[in-house]
Design a protein around this ligand. Structure first.
Ligand SMILES: [Zn+2]
Ligand SMILES: [Zn+2]
Length: 271
């Protein structure tokens, strides 16, 4: 079996939000504490593949006792998915080969601009020695919508409309991971429905519509179309109280759909 662990299920601010006094942000309910969105796949072939480098990454990986990684996928270049990049540096201490970082051409361009000392090393250091504790040993691999082999694991990517750029939707074996999108295109819905998923992890920012994310009604519409065995809601804001969301799902008669909890793992088979 393959395993995916939700390292973080929160929107860009995390929950609680700094300075917010709302019921959810002040709540003592542990299921309302959400790190920024990241996840870790542990494949049946024992490969560890990180999805996104959130600003909470170091704490997330320590809590999950992740001693090593084999590859990283960056869904898109937004701060809440990339600014933990430097926390990956210690994984390089035990490696001679760089860790591959898969992302699309647009995000790769932004990563080079934001992290020139990691991804544009030759220009940045221009012949000077790298002093001090070194830099993260990462190697950008540009990918696009379509099949991709990552450390010999079969992946398929989809382009999902988000903000000014697209996000990479991910299909791995019987699991799909769709975050940070305002819409799931028809062809992707058909592909995922045909894939007979065991697990769908999907954006569900808040109850009301949003310009760059899925909201409750649209998320549920897509789950209904894709028909996974289990659906898990992620990238949630402080509009969602965990138990209230469970109640809302029950009230609507939605089956096998759960809000994500940070640290929670799910198993899924090979395709
Ligand atoms: Zn995000
Ligand atoms: Zn985003």
């Amino acid at each position: 079996m393959n395993k995916i662990t939700i390292l973080g299920s929160g929107t860009s601010t995390g929950v609680p939000i700094l300075g917010c006094n709302c019921k959810v942000c002040k709540s003592t309910e542990l299921r309302n504490k959400r790190f920024r969105t990241s996840a870790l796949i542990e494949s049946s072939s024992q490969k560890k593949i990180l999805i996104d480098a959130s600003p909470d990454l170091r704490t997330q990986l320590l809590r999950n006792k992740t001693d090593a990684l084999d590859a990283i996928i960056i869904t898109h270049d937004h701060a809440d998915h990339t600014h933990g990049m430097d926390d990956l540096r210690p994984y390089g201490f035990k490696r001679s080969e760089p860790l591959p970082v898969f992302t699309d051409a647009s995000a790769a361009k932004d990563l080079k601009r934001k992290f020139p000392y990691i991804f544009d090393r030759d220009n940045y250091f221009s012949g000077k020695a790298i002093l001090g504790g070194g830099i993260p040993l990462l190697d950008l691999k540009i990918t696009q919508a379509g099949p991709e082999s990552i450390v010999d694991e079969p992946f398929e990517f989809f382009s999902l409309p988000h903000g000014h750029e697209d996000t990479l939707g991910i299909l791995h074996q019987k699991m799909a991971y769709l975050v940070d999108c305002r819409q799931v295109p028809e062809a992707v819905l058909k592909r995922l429905s045909d894939a007979k998923l065991e697990l769908l992890i999907i954006d569900c920012l808040r109850p009301n519509p949003h310009s760059t994310h899925l909201h409750f009604d649209l998320t549920l519409e897509y789950i209904e179309r894709i028909q996974p065995k289990t659906a898990v809601l992620t990238h949630m804001g402080h509009e969602w109280d965990y138990l209230d969301l469970v109640y809302q799902l029950k009230k609507r008669g939605v089956k096998n759909t759960f809000p994500a909890i940070d640290g929670q793992s799910f198993l899924y088979s090979n395709a």
